[in-house]
Design a protein around this ligand. Sequence first.
Ligand SMILES: *[C@@H]1O[C@H](CO)[C@@H](O)[C@H](O)[C@H]1NC(C)=O
Ligand SMILES: *[C@@H]1O[C@H](CO)[C@@H](O)[C@H](O)[C@H]1NC(C)=O
Ligand SMILES: CC(=O)N[C@H]1CO[C@H](CO)[C@@H](O)[C@@H]1O
Length: 272
Amino acid sequence: MFTIRQFLPVVLVVGHVAAQKCNLQFNGRVPKDFAPTEFDDDNGIFDPRFVKGKVSKFDVNSVPITVTINDSSIFAPSDDNVQTGFRRAEVLPASNDGADDSTRGIKTLHFSVAKDPGRPLNFSHEYQLAFLESADYSTNQFVLKTGTILGHQGNASGTLQLYGNVNDGELLFWTPFEDLVVHNFALTLDFESLTTQVFYSQDSSALEPKTDAIPNDVSGQGQFHFGILKKPTGTFDDITKEGYQPSGIDEGILYGGIFQEDSSDGCISLEP
Ligand SMILES: *[C@@H]1O[C@H](CO)[C@@H](O)[C@H](O)[C@H]1NC(C)=O
Ligand SMILES: *[C@@H]1O[C@H](CO)[C@@H](O)[C@H](O)[C@H]1NC(C)=O
Ligand SMILES: CC(=O)N[C@H]1CO[C@H](CO)[C@@H](O)[C@@H]1O
């Protein structure tokens, strides 16, 4: 059901992304002259079927995007599977079909997030802002969450929390989700040794390692999601279809600097 595209670096497509130190696996940085409607067409950056919807450190000649959700953001993978329990809108890299090289070898995934001051989230809810979903849809091998995390109510809601494979639910790293700050993440995902190392910085600071390479089951390939998946509150048996979602929402998150590089030789970009 997914279009399989050959890896085509945006460097070649648009010709004005800064030189890279490491080899790129995919590039989700959006060129400055990119018109929003192009997200609905095949664009070589993000898969158009998944897109509805302050410049980050790694956006040198590119711009951030805002992913928003409202009451209409209900994902329906099929007519009999309408996910009314969630409000969600995400972008997925165009070349990432679930079985491609982005989940093989050793790769470093970069992305930056910032709050949209005009469209605040509701921290009474749990949100997933970035995650890898396995090819068989059975797990998320890592998840960046914020808000009130279901099953982890002790965690401060105003934090960004990076979890490993949700089967274990280990919190790998957390940091305050401050306003008016660009939060830069890089995750070195070792698909051979099954580890994850977290790098983080704010605004224009160089990325710093915040953890060692922590054992984390990143096997199972799959797809990288960037956007907003808002979970329900209240009680539910089937989280995808039940629970409480208030109406009249208008929420957004800024994303930038989304790309993945090959770190099989140890190469990691701490600076653009
Ligand atoms: C949600 O946003 C989309 C895109 O702007 C818009 O077409 C739709 O009408 C909005 N839905 C609601 C319920 O506001
Ligand atoms: C935030 O979410 C809670 C739980 O769904 C809801 O009761 C509350 O009204 C929401 N707050 C705002 C400001 O929308
Ligand atoms: C900041 C905070 O409260 N962190 C906790 C979040 O939940 C994990 C898993 O239960 C704990 O290990 C952290 O201490």
